[in-house]
Design a protein around this ligand. Structure first.
Ligand code: HEM
Length: 140
């Protein structure tokens, strides 16, 4: 009886030890909600100092942009948020975004993530997921 009890406990412990740990999402690796919020703040600072980007934000509701952009990054990085804005094509229509402007935004994002000490490997994963938006917003 006692032996069976010990066996059951041993099996349970072994089972727990073998249960696969849940792999962190890209969102987790970006620092979760506080990490993405800080990256978003840093990004706005970088935009403000960027002559290729700042003028496009002249009349934008920044409070709303921060919320919607953070949701977009969160969803793109497999986080728990839902992006409720329009498609990237719709949002950027009429801005006549060119390659230099798009590259400037990517550079600003790298600056923002560096300030947050996001590892380069993690930065590259986010940029790889955002890069396909390029075709949706160039020269619209
Ligand atoms: C990786 C590339 C980019 C991503 C992922 C991105 C993402 C977003 C998102 C999620 C929004 C908020 C959408 C909404 O309000 O519903 C937004 C808005 C905006 N983006 Fe981008 N964007 C990118 C590149 C650019 C570039 C290159 C520019 C211009 C240089 C730009 C300028 C703007 C502006 C001005 C708004 C505010 C639009 C408005 O509220 O009327 N974005 N972007």
């Amino acid at each position: 009886m006692r032996l069976r009890f010990v066996l059951v406990i041993a099996l349970l412990v072994a089972g727990c030890a073998r249960a696969p740990a849940k792999a962190p999402t890209l969102y987790d690796e970006l620092g979760g909600q506080p990490g993405v919020a800080a990256i978003t703040e840093n990004l706005l600072d970088a935009f403000a100092a960027d002559p290729l980007v700042a003028p496009t934000f002249a009349h934008v509701d920044i409070t709303r942009w921060k919320r919607v952009f953070a949701d977009y990054v969160c969803q793109t990085a497999d986080g728990p948020c839902r992006y409720t804005g329009d498609s990237m094509e719709e949002v950027h229509r009429g801005m006549n975004i060119n390659e230099a402007m798009f590259n400037a935004v990517v550079e600003d994002l790298i600056t923002a993530m560096n300030r947050q000490h996001v590892p380069v490997r993690v930065q590259n994963r986010l940029i790889a997921r955002l890069a396909p938006t390029r075709a949706q917003m160039l020269y619209r």
